[in-house]
Design a protein around this ligand. Structure first.
Ligand code: FES
Ligand SMILES: [Fe+2]
Length: 413
Protein backbone atom coordinates (compact mmCIF):
# COMPACT_ATOMS: atom_id res chain seq x y z
CA UNK A 1 0.00 0.00 0.00
CA UNK A 2 1.39 3.36 -1.03
CA UNK A 3 0.41 6.48 0.90
CA UNK A 4 -0.52 9.62 -0.99
CA UNK A 5 2.64 11.22 0.35
CA UNK A 6 4.87 8.44 -0.98
CA UNK A 7 2.97 8.50 -4.26
CA UNK A 8 3.89 12.17 -4.62
CA UNK A 9 7.52 11.42 -3.84
CA UNK A 10 7.65 8.69 -6.48
CA UNK A 11 5.94 10.65 -9.18
CA UNK A 12 6.55 14.39 -8.93
CA UNK A 13 9.63 15.96 -10.48
CA UNK A 14 8.78 19.64 -10.88
CA UNK A 15 10.18 22.48 -8.76
CA UNK A 16 11.80 21.27 -5.56
CA UNK A 17 10.44 17.72 -5.72
CA UNK A 18 13.22 15.46 -4.40
CA UNK A 19 12.95 12.93 -7.24
CA UNK A 20 13.40 15.68 -9.83
CA UNK A 21 16.42 17.08 -7.99
CA UNK A 22 17.94 13.63 -7.55
CA UNK A 23 17.60 12.80 -11.24
CA UNK A 24 18.77 16.20 -12.45
CA UNK A 25 21.85 16.36 -10.26
CA UNK A 26 22.99 12.77 -10.73
CA UNK A 27 21.97 11.21 -14.02
CA UNK A 28 22.32 11.62 -17.75
CA UNK A 29 18.87 11.74 -19.30
CA UNK A 30 18.14 10.69 -22.90
CA UNK A 31 15.85 12.99 -24.85
CA UNK A 32 16.19 12.15 -28.58
CA UNK A 33 17.36 9.54 -31.04
CA UNK A 34 20.61 10.72 -32.66
CA UNK A 35 18.99 10.40 -36.08
CA UNK A 36 16.02 12.44 -34.88
CA UNK A 37 18.17 15.54 -34.39
CA UNK A 38 19.54 16.64 -37.76
CA UNK A 39 22.15 19.31 -38.37
CA UNK A 40 20.50 22.61 -39.21
CA UNK A 41 16.95 21.29 -38.60
CA UNK A 42 14.53 23.42 -36.54
CA UNK A 43 15.25 23.44 -32.81
CA UNK A 44 13.18 20.96 -30.81
CA UNK A 45 11.24 21.87 -27.70
CA UNK A 46 12.08 19.43 -24.94
CA UNK A 47 10.58 19.12 -21.47
CA UNK A 48 12.77 17.31 -18.92
CA UNK A 49 12.10 17.21 -15.16
CA UNK A 50 9.77 20.19 -15.49
CA UNK A 51 12.34 22.33 -17.32
CA UNK A 52 11.50 23.78 -20.73
CA UNK A 53 14.46 23.43 -23.06
CA UNK A 54 15.37 23.64 -26.71
CA UNK A 55 17.78 21.25 -28.40
CA UNK A 56 19.45 21.69 -31.78
CA UNK A 57 22.30 20.32 -33.84
CA UNK A 58 24.68 22.87 -35.33
CA UNK A 59 26.42 22.47 -38.68
CA UNK A 60 29.52 21.06 -36.95
CA UNK A 61 27.34 18.19 -35.68
CA UNK A 62 27.46 19.25 -32.06
CA UNK A 63 24.25 19.21 -30.05
CA UNK A 64 23.26 22.23 -27.98
CA UNK A 65 20.70 22.32 -25.17
CA UNK A 66 19.55 25.70 -23.92
CA UNK A 67 16.66 27.06 -21.88
CA UNK A 68 13.64 27.39 -24.11
CA UNK A 69 13.15 31.11 -23.57
CA UNK A 70 15.53 33.73 -24.93
CA UNK A 71 17.50 35.44 -22.16
CA UNK A 72 16.57 38.82 -23.68
CA UNK A 73 12.77 39.03 -23.51
CA UNK A 74 11.78 35.40 -23.28
CA UNK A 75 10.68 34.49 -26.79
CA UNK A 76 10.71 30.73 -27.35
CA UNK A 77 13.94 29.71 -29.02
CA UNK A 78 12.03 26.93 -30.74
CA UNK A 79 11.23 29.76 -33.18
CA UNK A 80 14.93 30.58 -33.61
CA UNK A 81 16.96 30.16 -36.77
CA UNK A 82 19.84 27.68 -36.65
CA UNK A 83 22.81 29.65 -37.97
CA UNK A 84 26.06 27.72 -38.20
CA UNK A 85 26.60 26.29 -34.75
CA UNK A 86 24.28 28.64 -32.89
CA UNK A 87 20.69 29.79 -32.52
CA UNK A 88 19.60 33.25 -33.61
CA UNK A 89 16.47 34.51 -31.84
CA UNK A 90 14.11 35.91 -34.47
CA UNK A 91 12.81 38.75 -32.27
CA UNK A 92 15.94 40.95 -31.92
CA UNK A 93 18.68 38.75 -33.31
CA UNK A 94 20.53 37.67 -30.16
CA UNK A 95 22.77 34.71 -30.91
CA UNK A 96 23.31 31.81 -28.46
CA UNK A 97 25.88 29.07 -29.02
CA UNK A 98 25.65 25.33 -28.32
CA UNK A 99 27.04 25.75 -24.80
CA UNK A 100 24.16 28.11 -23.97
CA UNK A 101 26.32 31.25 -23.92
CA UNK A 102 25.06 34.48 -25.51
CA UNK A 103 27.65 35.42 -28.13
CA UNK A 104 26.06 38.33 -29.98
CA UNK A 105 23.67 41.14 -29.10
CA UNK A 106 23.37 43.05 -32.40
CA UNK A 107 21.49 46.04 -31.04
CA UNK A 108 24.45 46.85 -28.75
CA UNK A 109 26.67 47.50 -31.76
CA UNK A 110 30.34 47.67 -30.83
CA UNK A 111 29.57 46.78 -27.24
CA UNK A 112 27.90 43.53 -28.35
CA UNK A 113 30.62 41.10 -27.24
CA UNK A 114 31.12 42.68 -23.82
CA UNK A 115 27.39 42.93 -23.18
CA UNK A 116 26.81 39.33 -24.34
CA UNK A 117 29.54 38.02 -22.03
CA UNK A 118 27.76 39.49 -18.99
CA UNK A 119 24.44 37.73 -19.67
CA UNK A 120 24.11 34.77 -17.35
CA UNK A 121 22.41 31.66 -18.74
CA UNK A 122 22.00 28.07 -17.59
CA UNK A 123 24.48 25.70 -19.21
CA UNK A 124 23.65 22.09 -19.99
CA UNK A 125 25.90 19.37 -21.30
CA UNK A 126 24.94 17.02 -24.12
CA UNK A 127 26.44 13.68 -25.19
CA UNK A 128 25.64 11.06 -27.81
CA UNK A 129 25.96 7.35 -27.15
CA UNK A 130 24.10 4.17 -27.96
CA UNK A 131 22.07 5.90 -30.67
CA UNK A 132 20.59 8.42 -28.20
CA UNK A 133 21.26 12.04 -27.30
CA UNK A 134 21.64 12.62 -23.57
CA UNK A 135 21.41 15.73 -21.39
CA UNK A 136 22.93 16.40 -18.00
CA UNK A 137 20.87 19.03 -16.21
CA UNK A 138 23.02 19.33 -13.11
CA UNK A 139 25.45 22.19 -12.60
CA UNK A 140 28.23 20.11 -11.07
CA UNK A 141 30.54 17.58 -12.66
CA UNK A 142 28.67 15.22 -14.97
CA UNK A 143 28.68 11.49 -14.16
CA UNK A 144 29.87 8.90 -16.66
CA UNK A 145 27.27 7.69 -19.10
CA UNK A 146 25.59 4.44 -18.03
CA UNK A 147 27.50 1.46 -19.42
CA UNK A 148 24.35 -0.50 -20.12
CA UNK A 149 24.64 -3.30 -22.69
CA UNK A 150 22.73 -1.48 -25.45
CA UNK A 151 25.19 1.44 -25.34
CA UNK A 152 28.05 -0.46 -26.95
CA UNK A 153 26.43 -2.36 -29.83
CA UNK A 154 26.79 -1.20 -33.45
CA UNK A 155 23.96 0.69 -35.13
CA UNK A 156 22.68 -2.38 -37.02
CA UNK A 157 22.22 -4.20 -33.72
CA UNK A 158 19.83 -1.72 -32.13
CA UNK A 159 16.49 -0.09 -32.82
CA UNK A 160 14.97 2.87 -30.98
CA UNK A 161 11.62 4.56 -30.91
CA UNK A 162 10.53 7.59 -28.90
CA UNK A 163 7.09 8.67 -27.83
CA UNK A 164 5.50 11.28 -25.62
CA UNK A 165 3.01 9.78 -23.18
CA UNK A 166 0.50 12.03 -21.48
CA UNK A 167 0.76 10.60 -18.01
CA UNK A 168 3.29 10.41 -15.20
CA UNK A 169 6.53 8.52 -15.80
CA UNK A 170 5.91 5.85 -13.17
CA UNK A 171 2.71 4.66 -14.84
CA UNK A 172 4.76 3.92 -17.94
CA UNK A 173 7.66 2.44 -16.05
CA UNK A 174 5.50 0.10 -14.02
CA UNK A 175 4.08 -1.23 -17.29
CA UNK A 176 7.60 -2.21 -18.31
CA UNK A 177 8.05 -4.15 -15.05
CA UNK A 178 4.73 -5.96 -15.30
CA UNK A 179 5.13 -9.38 -16.92
CA UNK A 180 1.52 -10.49 -16.44
CA UNK A 181 0.00 -7.92 -18.77
CA UNK A 182 1.85 -9.43 -21.74
CA UNK A 183 -0.53 -12.40 -21.62
CA UNK A 184 -3.59 -10.17 -21.44
CA UNK A 185 -3.22 -6.73 -22.93
CA UNK A 186 -0.72 -7.76 -25.62
CA UNK A 187 -2.14 -11.15 -26.52
CA UNK A 188 -3.10 -9.94 -29.99
CA UNK A 189 0.58 -9.23 -30.74
CA UNK A 190 2.04 -12.37 -29.23
CA UNK A 191 4.01 -14.25 -31.81
CA UNK A 192 2.55 -17.77 -31.90
CA UNK A 193 6.01 -19.14 -32.70
CA UNK A 194 7.39 -17.67 -29.54
CA UNK A 195 5.22 -19.87 -27.38
CA UNK A 196 4.83 -22.78 -29.77
CA UNK A 197 4.66 -26.01 -27.89
CA UNK A 198 4.28 -24.12 -24.63
CA UNK A 199 0.65 -23.20 -24.65
CA UNK A 200 0.68 -23.03 -20.88
CA UNK A 201 2.97 -20.01 -21.17
CA UNK A 202 0.14 -18.00 -22.61
CA UNK A 203 -2.13 -18.55 -19.67
CA UNK A 204 0.00 -19.53 -16.68
CA UNK A 205 0.39 -16.74 -14.14
CA UNK A 206 3.93 -16.38 -12.93
CA UNK A 207 5.32 -16.42 -9.47
CA UNK A 208 8.09 -13.93 -8.87
CA UNK A 209 11.51 -14.21 -7.33
CA UNK A 210 13.32 -10.92 -6.91
CA UNK A 211 16.92 -10.13 -6.03
CA UNK A 212 17.94 -6.69 -4.85
CA UNK A 213 21.23 -5.73 -6.52
CA UNK A 214 23.58 -2.77 -6.34
CA UNK A 215 22.04 -1.32 -9.51
CA UNK A 216 18.35 -2.11 -8.95
CA UNK A 217 16.40 -5.34 -9.05
CA UNK A 218 16.55 -8.61 -10.96
CA UNK A 219 13.07 -10.00 -11.28
CA UNK A 220 12.33 -13.54 -12.40
CA UNK A 221 8.78 -14.34 -13.53
CA UNK A 222 8.56 -18.11 -13.27
CA UNK A 223 5.86 -20.14 -15.01
CA UNK A 224 5.43 -23.86 -14.58
CA UNK A 225 4.91 -25.52 -17.97
CA UNK A 226 4.21 -28.95 -16.55
CA UNK A 227 6.01 -31.71 -18.46
CA UNK A 228 7.75 -29.06 -20.64
CA UNK A 229 9.69 -27.70 -17.70
CA UNK A 230 9.76 -24.23 -16.28
CA UNK A 231 9.83 -20.88 -18.07
CA UNK A 232 11.92 -18.01 -16.74
CA UNK A 233 11.52 -14.41 -17.84
CA UNK A 234 14.25 -12.47 -16.09
CA UNK A 235 13.95 -8.70 -16.35
CA UNK A 236 16.17 -6.04 -14.88
CA UNK A 237 15.23 -2.78 -13.23
CA UNK A 238 18.28 -0.57 -13.42
CA UNK A 239 17.93 2.61 -11.37
CA UNK A 240 16.62 5.11 -11.93
CA UNK A 241 14.42 4.55 -15.01
CA UNK A 242 15.64 1.61 -17.10
CA UNK A 243 13.76 -1.65 -17.55
CA UNK A 244 15.50 -4.35 -19.57
CA UNK A 245 13.59 -7.40 -20.73
CA UNK A 246 13.79 -10.21 -23.26
CA UNK A 247 10.39 -10.08 -24.84
CA UNK A 248 11.30 -11.88 -28.10
CA UNK A 249 13.33 -14.68 -26.52
CA UNK A 250 13.61 -17.61 -26.90
CA UNK A 251 12.40 -17.32 -30.54
CA UNK A 252 15.08 -14.68 -31.17
CA UNK A 253 17.71 -16.05 -28.79
CA UNK A 254 19.93 -13.02 -28.14
CA UNK A 255 17.41 -10.24 -28.61
CA UNK A 256 16.66 -7.93 -25.68
CA UNK A 257 14.43 -4.92 -25.24
CA UNK A 258 14.65 -1.80 -23.15
CA UNK A 259 12.26 0.78 -21.81
CA UNK A 260 13.58 4.12 -20.60
CA UNK A 261 10.84 6.14 -18.93
CA UNK A 262 11.99 9.75 -18.73
CA UNK A 263 9.94 12.15 -16.60
CA UNK A 264 9.21 15.28 -18.65
CA UNK A 265 7.16 16.89 -15.90
CA UNK A 266 4.65 15.68 -13.34
CA UNK A 267 2.03 14.67 -15.89
CA UNK A 268 4.00 13.67 -18.99
CA UNK A 269 6.82 11.33 -19.79
CA UNK A 270 8.95 10.37 -22.74
CA UNK A 271 9.35 6.70 -23.43
CA UNK A 272 12.29 5.31 -25.33
CA UNK A 273 11.54 1.77 -26.37
CA UNK A 274 14.20 -0.19 -28.14
CA UNK A 275 15.65 -3.55 -29.02
CA UNK A 276 19.29 -4.57 -29.07
CA UNK A 277 21.28 -7.67 -29.85
CA UNK A 278 24.77 -8.05 -28.46
CA UNK A 279 25.71 -10.92 -30.74
CA UNK A 280 24.72 -9.83 -34.25
CA UNK A 281 22.46 -7.63 -36.35
CA UNK A 282 19.00 -7.07 -34.95
CA UNK A 283 16.21 -9.18 -36.35
CA UNK A 284 13.34 -7.45 -38.11
CA UNK A 285 10.87 -5.67 -35.82
CA UNK A 286 8.27 -4.89 -38.47
CA UNK A 287 5.85 -7.47 -37.08
CA UNK A 288 5.42 -5.13 -34.09
CA UNK A 289 6.02 -1.69 -35.62
CA UNK A 290 5.06 -0.76 -39.14
CA UNK A 291 7.46 1.41 -41.11
CA UNK A 292 4.95 4.27 -41.34
CA UNK A 293 5.02 4.97 -37.60
CA UNK A 294 7.14 8.03 -36.78
CA UNK A 295 9.98 6.64 -34.67
CA UNK A 296 10.66 10.02 -33.04
CA UNK A 297 7.07 10.61 -32.07
CA UNK A 298 5.26 7.31 -32.16
CA UNK A 299 1.94 8.60 -30.83
CA UNK A 300 -0.01 11.14 -32.84
CA UNK A 301 -2.25 13.71 -31.15
CA UNK A 302 -5.18 11.66 -32.31
CA UNK A 303 -3.88 8.70 -30.31
CA UNK A 304 -3.95 10.69 -27.10
CA UNK A 305 -7.03 12.87 -27.51
CA UNK A 306 -9.62 10.58 -29.05
CA UNK A 307 -12.39 9.27 -26.80
CA UNK A 308 -11.30 5.91 -25.45
CA UNK A 309 -7.68 6.90 -26.20
CA UNK A 310 -8.07 5.51 -29.69
CA UNK A 311 -9.55 2.14 -28.79
CA UNK A 312 -11.30 0.61 -31.80
CA UNK A 313 -14.41 -1.27 -30.63
CA UNK A 314 -15.05 -2.35 -34.22
CA UNK A 315 -11.73 -4.18 -34.27
CA UNK A 316 -12.68 -5.83 -30.98
CA UNK A 317 -15.90 -7.13 -32.41
CA UNK A 318 -13.79 -8.59 -35.23
CA UNK A 319 -11.71 -10.49 -32.67
CA UNK A 320 -8.94 -8.09 -31.61
CA UNK A 321 -8.56 -8.43 -27.86
CA UNK A 322 -7.72 -4.88 -26.74
CA UNK A 323 -8.89 -2.78 -29.69
CA UNK A 324 -5.56 -0.93 -29.93
CA UNK A 325 -4.41 -1.99 -33.36
CA UNK A 326 -1.56 0.39 -34.31
CA UNK A 327 1.21 -1.19 -32.27
CA UNK A 328 1.90 -3.02 -29.07
CA UNK A 329 2.91 0.29 -27.48
CA UNK A 330 -0.43 1.87 -28.36
CA UNK A 331 -1.98 -0.72 -26.08
CA UNK A 332 0.30 0.41 -23.26
CA UNK A 333 -0.47 4.05 -24.01
CA UNK A 334 -4.22 3.46 -23.81
CA UNK A 335 -4.24 1.73 -20.45
CA UNK A 336 -1.67 4.06 -18.89
CA UNK A 337 -3.44 7.24 -19.94
CA UNK A 338 -6.78 5.84 -18.83
CA UNK A 339 -5.48 5.86 -15.21
CA UNK A 340 -5.36 9.67 -15.28
CA UNK A 341 -2.30 11.98 -15.29
CA UNK A 342 -1.00 10.71 -11.92
CA UNK A 343 -2.68 7.58 -10.66
CA UNK A 344 -3.61 7.61 -6.97
CA UNK A 345 -1.81 4.47 -5.79
CA UNK A 346 -3.40 4.68 -2.35
CA UNK A 347 -6.58 3.37 -4.01
CA UNK A 348 -5.02 0.30 -5.63
CA UNK A 349 -5.42 -3.31 -4.60
CA UNK A 350 -2.13 -4.87 -5.61
CA UNK A 351 -1.89 -8.66 -5.78
CA UNK A 352 0.83 -11.30 -5.72
CA UNK A 353 1.90 -10.84 -9.34
CA UNK A 354 2.54 -7.12 -8.70
CA UNK A 355 5.55 -7.97 -6.54
CA UNK A 356 8.13 -6.55 -8.98
CA UNK A 357 6.25 -3.26 -9.04
CA UNK A 358 5.90 -3.09 -5.27
CA UNK A 359 9.61 -3.81 -4.77
CA UNK A 360 10.66 -1.25 -7.35
CA UNK A 361 8.59 1.42 -5.60
CA UNK A 362 10.35 0.54 -2.35
CA UNK A 363 13.75 0.70 -4.03
CA UNK A 364 13.00 4.13 -5.51
CA UNK A 365 11.64 5.46 -2.21
CA UNK A 366 14.84 4.33 -0.49
CA UNK A 367 16.92 6.10 -3.12
CA UNK A 368 14.95 9.31 -2.68
CA UNK A 369 15.22 9.05 1.11
CA UNK A 370 19.00 8.61 0.84
CA UNK A 371 19.25 11.59 -1.48
CA UNK A 372 17.25 13.79 0.90
CA UNK A 373 19.40 12.66 3.81
CA UNK A 374 22.46 13.90 1.94
CA UNK A 375 23.89 10.46 1.34
CA UNK A 376 25.74 10.19 -1.98
CA UNK A 377 23.64 8.89 -4.84
CA UNK A 378 25.28 6.02 -6.65
CA UNK A 379 25.38 7.52 -10.10
CA UNK A 380 27.95 5.16 -11.51
CA UNK A 381 26.03 2.36 -13.22
CA UNK A 382 29.55 1.35 -14.04
CA UNK A 383 30.56 -1.15 -16.63
CA UNK A 384 30.98 -4.14 -14.38
CA UNK A 385 27.67 -3.88 -12.61
CA UNK A 386 25.69 -2.85 -15.66
CA UNK A 387 27.20 -5.71 -17.64
CA UNK A 388 25.48 -8.08 -15.28
CA UNK A 389 22.14 -6.54 -16.12
CA UNK A 390 21.31 -8.84 -18.99
CA UNK A 391 17.70 -9.95 -19.27
CA UNK A 392 16.76 -13.36 -20.66
CA UNK A 393 13.87 -15.68 -21.23
CA UNK A 394 14.19 -19.44 -21.53
CA UNK A 395 12.69 -22.80 -20.74
CA UNK A 396 14.64 -24.98 -18.34
CA UNK A 397 14.24 -28.30 -16.63
CA UNK A 398 12.43 -28.15 -13.31
CA UNK A 399 14.64 -27.50 -10.32
CA UNK A 400 17.16 -25.30 -12.16
CA UNK A 401 17.96 -21.97 -10.50
CA UNK A 402 17.53 -18.96 -12.82
CA UNK A 403 20.42 -17.25 -11.03
CA UNK A 404 23.11 -19.64 -12.17
CA UNK A 405 25.58 -18.21 -14.64
CA UNK A 406 24.93 -20.50 -17.56
CA UNK A 407 21.34 -19.31 -17.81
CA UNK A 408 22.25 -15.96 -19.25
CA UNK A 409 22.54 -15.38 -22.96
CA UNK A 410 25.96 -15.22 -24.58
CA UNK A 411 27.54 -11.81 -24.76
CA UNK A 412 29.80 -10.75 -27.62
CA UNK A 413 33.41 -10.15 -26.63
S1 FES B 1 13.66 38.15 -27.21
FE1 FES B 1 15.22 37.07 -28.16
S2 FES B 1 16.45 38.62 -29.01
FE2 FES B 1 14.91 39.70 -28.01
FE1 LIG C 1 3.14 -3.46 -22.39
Amino acid sequence: MITREDNDRLTRVEGDAPLGRMLGENYWIPFARCEGLEAGAPPQRIRLLGKSLVAFRGEDGRVGIVDEHCPHRRVSLSLARVEGCSLRCIYHGWRIDASGAVVEVPSEGERSAGFAARVRTNRYQAREAGGLVWAFLGQGEAPVLPALPFMSVPAESRWWSRMIVKCNWLQGFEGALDSVHLNWLHQGWNDPDRTKGHEALRIASPRYEIDVTDYGLRTAAIRDLGADGVHFRVAEFVAPFYALSASRQPAVPTDCSVFISVPMDDENHMLFFGFWDEVGPLQDVSAFFSEDLNRDDMFSDADTTLPGWGQDRGAMSQGHFSGFTKSVLHEDLGVQMSMGPIVDRSLEHVCGTDLAIVQTRRYLLDMIRDFEAGRPVDRGLDAYRARRAVPFSCVATPGVDWRQDGMRKPVAA
